[in-house]
Ligand binder design. Structure first.
Ligand SMILES: [Zn+2]
Length: 428
């Protein structure tokens, strides 16, 4: 971890209903005290940044566990059309974009994520070094993949093996908060030999594996036809791919046996509710069953081409409401669990001390302004945050011990948007 010299003292901030003072030292939450017990003058350092947080509440930064940040400028390009038409439009645009596009699009994505309270994002896109550069500039915590997607072309497999190694070597030189992973796009877009190669490559180096899994009913049908009646989960398990180091996006179409396997292997399953709804992939995410089987469950937005935004609060609200509706059970996906899915469960997936506000945790903190009508009720803070408020209640964001948004201002916002605009019209 990169060392910071600065210290931040958050005065009079509410944490789990208690007015507190928080000391952040470098990138760590160094102390949490009842408000007023210890004055900031006690910490006699020249660079102590004292911030009065009266009428504000702290929550852990959200973690978007599955997204494609480089698609941030593809909003609305495929509305009201079926999945295969949508996908061919995406591939058409992706054939025109280059690394400069991805750099600017990722800057826009990071800007949106910061404004909506995401401090860590698990990315799955091309031109990873550009995404790294963008995330470092904006101050967010990125998890960046090398994406294996050979589309059943053995020559492409060989090219990607070489490139994967190069990207890994580059990632080894990072001296910052970034995490490198191996993404295997999906079972239908990667040859079996490459699925095995990517898995081995990741395991030998202690890297997480990020994959799209059981997203559509068609994926399951096709897999069964090709692999002796095995579902995508059973197929990957037969290859030895599934384990606690696997982050599987979607896991929407599952049998009882699939759920048992995902639970026993301790896989992290990422629910991308808005993308699933928009593309008509399905809505019956088997949350209770996966949770009870032992899977680790998180939330993601997916890319902007399908979810149209990267707003985790919107994702949390929709995910909970859909569960309640289709199960006909208002107690489904309760508030404490929806908060955990957006925060601490992601920390578990990465083995990172994030997603909680406690001494020793990494300082990734949202400062929520509760001085408005959304919070003017005796209801719980979490209820008002998830069901009543919008992400504009997030006043300030600290990531890795540094303010990356203050009073809703992200440094360089205008320039980020202006530069991205020129890219947009150059290519589309
Ligand atoms: Zn995706």
């Amino acid at each position: 971890m990169k060392a910071h010299m600065g210290k931040i003292f958050l005065k009079n901030i509410v944490i789990e209903g208690v007015e507190s003072d928080v000391l952040i030292d470098g990138n760590i939450i160094a102390g949490i005290f009842p408000a007023g017990i210890r004055g900031s003058e006690e910490f006699s350092v020249e660079d102590l940044n004292v911030v009065d947080c009266c009428s504000k509440t702290a929550v852990p930064g959200f973690v978007n566990m599955h997204t494609h940040a480089g698609m941030s400028m593809m909003r609305g390009i495929g509305e009201d059309i079926v999945f295969h038409e949508w996908l061919s439009r995406i591939w058409d645009i992706e054939s025109k974009i280059d690394e400069e596009w991805v750099y600017h699009a990722t800057r826009v994505a990071c800007l949106e994520m910061i404004k909506t309270g995401t401090t860590t994002f698990n990315d799955h896109y091309w031109y990873m070094p550009m995404a790294h550069k963008a995330a470092m500039e904006l101050g967010i915590r990125p998890v960046l993949a090398y994406v294996i997607c050979d589309r059943n072309d053995p020559q492409e497999s060989e090219r990607q093996k070489k490139q994967c190694l190069e990207m890994y070597e580059e990632a080894c030189t990072w001296k910052d908060r970034s995490i490198f992973t191996i993404a295997i796009h999906a079972i239908y877009s990667v040859r079996e030999e490459m699925i095995l190669w990517g898995t081995r490559f990741a395991r030998e180096r202690g890297l997480k594996i990020h994959i799209h899994l059981s997203e559509t009913a068609k994926e399951v049908e096709d897999c069964k036809a090709q692999h002796d009646g095995m579902s995508p989960v059973e197929y990957l398990d037969s290859l030895g791919v599934l384990g606690p180091d696997v982050i599987a996006a979607h896991t929407l179409w599952l049998s009882e046996n699939d759920i048992r396997i995902l639970g026993e292997r301790g896989v992290t399953c990422v629910h991308n509710v808005n993308s699933n709804l928009k593309l008509s992939s399905g809505y019956r995410f088997l949350y209770n069953e996966l949770r009870d089987a032992g899977a680790n469950i998180c939330l993601g937005t997916d890319g902007c081409a399908s979810s149209n935004n990267l707003d985790m609060l919107e994702t949390m609200k929709t995910a909970a409401m859909i569960q309640k509706a289709w199960r006909n059970d208002p107690s489904a996906m309760p508030l404490n669990e929806i908060m955990d899915m957006a925060t601490v469960n992601a920390g578990k997936a990465f083995g990172l001390n994030i997603g909680k506000i406690e001494e020793g945790a990494l300082a990734d903190i949202l400062i929520v302004d509760t001085d408005n009508y959304n919070f003017l009720s005796p209801g719980s803070f979490e209820a008002n945050l998830v069901y009543s408020a919008h992400s504009d209640c997030i006043d300030s964001v600290i990531c890795d011990g540094k303010f990356i948004m203050r009073n809703r201002v992200v440094p360089g916002e205008k320039e980020i948007l202006a530069q991205a605009k020129t890219m947009l019209y150059k290519i589309l």
